[in-house]
Write a protein that binds this ligand. Sequence first.
Ligand SMILES: Nc1ncnc2c1ncn2[C@@H]1O[C@H](COP(=O)(O)OP(=O)(O)OP(=O)(O)O)[C@@H](O)[C@H]1O
Ligand SMILES: [Mg+2]
Length: 575
Amino acid sequence: MTNKDIFKRLYEVIHPYQVKLIVAMLAMICVSAGTGAQTWLVKDVLDKIFIEKNTFYLELLPLVLLLIFFLKGVVYYIYSILLEQVGQSVIRDFRLDIFNHIHKQSLSFFNKMPTGTLMSRVISDVALIQQAVSKALVGAVRDFFQVIILLGVVFVMNWRLAMITFIVLPIAAYPIVKFGRLFRKISTSTQEEVAHVSNILHETITGNRIVKAFTKEAYEGKRFQGQVTRLFVLTMKDAKYRCLQHPMMEFIGGGAIALIIWFGGKEVIGGDMTPGTFFAFLTALIAAYEPVKNVTKINSTIQQGLAAAARVFDILDIEPEIRDKKDAVTLPPFSDRIECKNIRFCYNEEEPILSNINLTVPAGQALAIVGPSGGGKTTLTNLIPRFLELKEGSIVIDGRDIRDITVASLRNQIAMVTQQTILFNDTVRNNIAYGDQEAPEQKIHDAAKAAYAYDFIKALPQGFDTMIGEGGARLSGGQCQRIAIARALLKNAPILILDEATSALDTESEREVQNALENLMKDRTTLVIAHRLSTIKNADRIIVIKDGVIVEQGTHDSLIAQKGEYEMLYTMQYT
Ligand SMILES: Nc1ncnc2c1ncn2[C@@H]1O[C@H](COP(=O)(O)OP(=O)(O)OP(=O)(O)O)[C@@H](O)[C@H]1O
Ligand SMILES: [Mg+2]
């Protein structure tokens, strides 16, 4: 992405706040004009008060000065608050955009993008863009006007002396350009390292139990140390140039002042210039140099912002793999059958994970899917709600290809209980009512009862209002599963996809989860992946998936009689 492209797209983002930005810039020009007036006053203060000892000016000038400072203060406030508002609005818009965009993505996107990287895009990259927009870009405009106004003052006062600036400015420009390139390069690497830092943080914090169980605190500490050290080294590299810049620019400025004192002093001594003009000139020039020195700082902020914007746009440019077709229709309430036709699927264009899958599940029936681990069961069930996009073959619901119906209407008809229980750090009630936040209390309680979760929820300190901790950390594994089942029950969708968790529960809670599942499957069309084969004895049909193909299918009894794969799995579990 070239700088031009980035600027063009940033402009689109800033566009709605254009008026505020323009008002801010006008206010800024007034501030610069105020600064120009202040330096001009120096001349009269010196000449009239200190040299002529004029008492009228002694009373007038401090008042004028006070007025200028006051007005400058007022417009300064206007301009800075407007800028802040635009900057913060840009941050808010960007964060919202990225968030919504991320949640449009398919599972494949999340398989590729680590959580920490995404978080650092939303949090720190966006903040860098804001800095570039509200501080740097606008700061650059302000400084530009300040330099122009002050140079105007300087040239009007003494143009011969002012020519010195033409010697100094090109010299000052050299480090500005030179360092700018370095800053951008370093910033890109820095942000990559920041993303790594947040990835390690995310993994080790959410996985802290495993870190403890394997006593890997020291190891993770080392890994983190390595990462923060890399960040440290890069930041210091950046700091080295930043810190060098200031004294360099000061020295160049000092050289200019020395030259001016020498030439200007000669003119004052020779009587060609009043001391007031000289000091006003010097003040204006020093004030004009201030923004020039700033340019380096602004430049580094802009470079960082551009690099961050490029990364954010990269994410925003990832087209969601799964989108509604233009003429997608709403799927009417499910009534007839789900068909899988000749499905072939692979994650990475290599070995197919699933091939030649043909299936029909009539409405109201339960299909059980069993088979050895890694066979492709979860993958198959992720295809039905279009979490993953099918490239070969098709899935047809009530005669409609799922790619021809809207994603929302498809997913609204499917309730899911996933293999890994996923709960949010919220109250029990909100977790159960996730699919229907307006659900009446009674429905929530009914769902909890049917999921065999009511009793333990009632026993919690705040009942349904108990916060369950991140991912349900304050509940047991079986309790989490039952809340997930209650959540699926409450959604009350006609199609149910159940990926039974393998975690070993004790017989008591296993029976409760089992009963809860039976309630869940009642009167629904169910695809159930079963690891405990007792779950599926009553299934209408059982398919066995091994290495991505259906190797056997039939009822429990017929499969036992076949003495094949299923019979083997069954005897392994129950003898
Ligand atoms: N995101 C992914 N990217 C690449 N390969 C994947 C991905 N997810 C799963 N796989 C591979 O696909 C195969 C099938 O995985 P899947 O999760 O569907 O198995 P499963 O039958 O559900 O196994 P289990 O019984 O252990 O849950 C596995 O070999 C796995 O390595
Ligand atoms: Mg699985």
